[in-house]
Design a protein around this ligand. Structure first.
Ligand SMILES: *[C@@H]1O[C@H](CO)[C@@H](O)[C@H](O)[C@H]1NC(C)=O
Ligand SMILES: *[C@@H]1O[C@H](CO)[C@@H](O)[C@H](O)[C@H]1NC(C)=O
Ligand SMILES: *[C@@H]1O[C@H](CO)[C@@H](O)[C@H](O)[C@H]1NC(C)=O
Length: 340
């Protein structure tokens, strides 16, 4: 569920504990709906400000009343990003109920790759779109994509980490680097074999499950409009907790239920895109068109069960004063197999 924020770096192995729950967020000015294409006049007029919880300091405990007959404790775990833990947010029965609902719906492997059945030739328009997307990773602003930038693109769009050798093999196979200078220009990208690219990515996924950024199964449960009492209660608690306008809570993303098996994981990643290039639409208010740019204000993670080993969430750059994305990538700090 929910609108999350920028600095959510998460990992789990196996499904997660039962009790705890985190709210993570950054300042609303970093990612507000304002000035972006979810800037619907009536929403802005009615809700000029997003409410921001106050963490006070790490370790601070606040009491919150979210339901009849119970006071929850909200413990500040970090200020940058703002991160809270709320023990017993859901009861054991509620967790079991949600697991059951997800099971009924059917869990599917979490993947970011196109469906193999869609393996038809790409239209020129799609190629242009892909290449624009790829070229938007041109951090060096030289009009070309280097191996490092390419790996960052794969990580972001395909949720996979690949080695320099993998990148090189792939570039040769898909012919994205015709002049063999180790850089991809827009022209080379447009002339490359996009179907071969997808096939190669699938091959990597199938053959290196543990090397994936993400290894899990998932499904989505819609909360808004659901007649399920547990889901409705949960949404009510989130409203009271976040103090966000009902409108935003009800138009948040569905509840994503994720199962991490043995070796399952999700390496550190951003839950929201912090920049809006003015081209892609913002994924917001229920409008999740392809290639939209995620603008989550807050993420709520519920831990539905406990396991003897693993199951934690890591925030590798929490509380760091200066965060240099290039350095993070160079040191592979998002790879929690190395850093946890
Ligand atoms: C993470 O690091 C491990 C150990 O070095 C490596 O085997 C794996 O391929 C890396 N995974 C990713 C996604 O980079
Ligand atoms: C959803 O986003 C697309 C792409 O920007 C836009 O064309 C469409 O009008 C939006 N739909 C709604 C209901 O806002
Ligand atoms: C980030 O680190 C790289 C070196 O890895 C350096 O070249 C770059 O200037 C740094 N960026 C900022 C904004 O400090």
């Amino acid at each position: 569920m929910l609108r999350s924020l920028l600095f959510v770096l998460t990992i789990f192995s196996q499904i997660i504990f039962r009790d705890d729950f985190f709210v993570v967020s950054l300042t609303s000015k970093t990612c507000s709906a304002k000035n972006q294409d979810c800037n619907m006049a009536e929403v802005d007029g009615a809700h000029p400000k997003l409410f921001m919880l106050d963490g006070i300091k790490v370790g601070h405990v606040q009491e919150v009343k979210l339901m009849e007959g119970k006071i929850h404790q909200m413990i500040t775990r970090s200020l940058r990003p703002l991160l809270f833990e709320i023990p017993d947010f859901l009861s054991k029965e509620e967790c079991e109920h949600i697991i059951k609902l997800a099971g009924k719906k059917g869990l599917h492997e979490s993947t970011t790759l196109p469906d193999p059945d869609d393996d038809i030739a790409y239209s020129d328009e799609e190629k242009v779109e892909h290449c624009k997307n790829l070229l938007s990773n041109d951090r060096g602003s030289d009009g070309k994509i280097s191996t490092l930038e390419f790996a960052a693109f794969i990580k972001q769009d395909f949720a996979m980490s690949i080695s320099d050798a993998d990148v090189e093999t792939m570039l040769q196979k898909v012919n994205f680097d015709k002049d063999r200078d180790g850089l991809i220009s827009e022209k080379e990208c447009l002339e490359g074999n996009h179907v071969a690219f997808d096939q190669y990515m699938r091959y990597l996924e199938d053959n290196h499950p543990r090397e994936r950024t993400r290894l899990s199964k998932q499904t989505w449960l819609s909360v808004t409009g659901s007649t399920d009492v547990v889901l409705r209660d949960l949404q009510q608690r989130v409203k009271l907790l976040t103090k966000l306008p009902k409108y935003f809570i009800e138009n948040s993303e569905d509840l994503q239920v994720v199962q991490y098996g043995v070796h399952g994981h999700y390496h550190a990643h951003y839950d929201s895109t912090n920049e809006w290039n003015g081209q892609a639409s913002r994924c917001c208010l229920g409008n999740y068109s392809d290639h939209c740019s995620l603008c989550r204000f807050m993420t709520v993670l519920y831990y539905l069960n406990d396991v003897t080993d693993g199951g934690e969430t890591a925030f590798p750059v929490a509380e760091e004063e200066h965060i240099n994305q290039t350095e993070i990538e160079k040191e592979d700090r998002t790879n929690l197999s190395i850093h946890c």
